[in-house]
Design a protein around this ligand. Structure first.
Ligand code: ATP
Length: 304
């Protein structure tokens, strides 16, 4: 009988893996209409991560032939540092993150982690090294505990609770009558955007990857929640090489380096103060966002 179930187990595993990909990355990568295009060489070695030093060297890429999206991108993200990627809508920020996760192979140049070309290592070992906190986390119709434990197969209850504490969502869960067994989703507890993001952070803590991709939510969280989430993210970034795709510049002021993309090219790079002093695209984006947030604060609050 066990012989009979083995293939079913395998199918289940494949299904879970695919589902994990779709559910965790869905919002960020639009996987549903993106067939996986990368294939490993039969003798591809595993990625060996030392300290997760990431480099993009002359990377060019387009989704369609003759339509380049990224052009000659050079990036150097030393081990354990944070690189924020900013720029106008459509500049190619998410594309850059997708290439690092190797949803596509580059057309020119290469991306390396600790000197190894990511196109030449096994993609499962690459993806095991990268944690993603997407813009919008999709939850399973299951318990909140299950939704967190999903970060790592076989995690114990104590590990799930520790991850929830690290993501500052343990208090909220413990206040529910059924604690970690509380169901979430369509027929269960509805979580706010901030709470869902904390679930994603807890999953990432369980996975404990050396490399992080954070895709900041575009939909505004209220400023208190945003502040709290930023603190939690700062804690998980510590000691990991991090790439943040940022929409609100206020959240990346402390990044080790900020890279400004425009139409697929790096047009400016440096720390926040350097970029302000340069008085270029970053400085104008900063001035615009500052004006917008002042307007938002002054706007009368609608009373329902
Ligand atoms: P935003 O801030 O709006 O999220 P972005 O800087 O992240 O934008 P990308 O999502 O990387 O930009 O998109 C860069 C360009 O690539 C856009 O012109 C977009 O239309 C195009 N593009 C993105 N995904 C695909 C795809 N799957 N197939 C074809 N073109 C795509």
């Amino acid at each position: 009988l066990s012989q009979l179930f083995r293939p079913l187990d395998l199918l289940g595993m494949v299904y879970r893996t695919i589902r994990q990909g779709v559910i965790d990355m869905g919002a960020m990568f639009d996987l549903i209409d993106t067939a996986p295009e990368v294939v490993d060489a039969p003798d591809a070695p595993a990625l060996a991560v030392r300290d997760a030093h990431v480099r993009f060297e002359g990377v060019a890429f387009g989704y369609d032939a003759g339509m380049p999206i990224l052009k000659g991108i050079d990036l150097d993200v030393p081990a354990g540092t944070t690189c924020a990627v900013v720029g106008p809508s459509g500049a190619g920020k998410s594309t850059l993150a997708r290439l690092l996760y190797r949803f596509y192979d580059v057309d020119q140049g290469r991306i390396t982690i600790d000197g190894q070309d990511i196109a030449r290592v096994r993609q499962d070992t690459l993806r095991a090294a990268i944690g993603i906190v997407p813009q919008d986390t999709v939850l399973f119709n299951d318990t909140i505990g299950y939704n967190i434990a999903y970060g790592r197969e076989g995690a114990s209850e104590a590990e799930v609770a520790a991850a929830a504490r690290g993501a500052a969502i343990a208090g909220f869960i413990e206040r529910q009558p059924e604690g970690y067994r509380t169901r979430v989703g369509e027929r269960g507890l509805k979580l706010s955007g901030g709470e869902k993001q904390r679930v994603a952070i807890a999953r990432t803590l369980l996975k404990d990857p050396p490399l992080l991709i954070l895709d900041e939510a575009t939909s505004a969280l209220d400023s208190r929640t945003e502040g709290e989430i930023m603190e939690t993210l700062a804690a998980i970034e510590r000691g990991r090489t991090t790439i943040v795709i940022a929409h609100r510049l206020s959240t990346i002021v402390h990044a080790d380096q900020i890279v400004v993309l425009e139409a697929g090219r790096v047009v400016e790079r440096g720390a926040h103060a350097e970029l302000l002093a340069r008085d270029g695209l970053y400085a104008s984006m900063w001035a615009r966002q500052a004006a917008e947030s002042e307007e938002a604060e002054e706007a009368p609050v609608a009373v329902a």
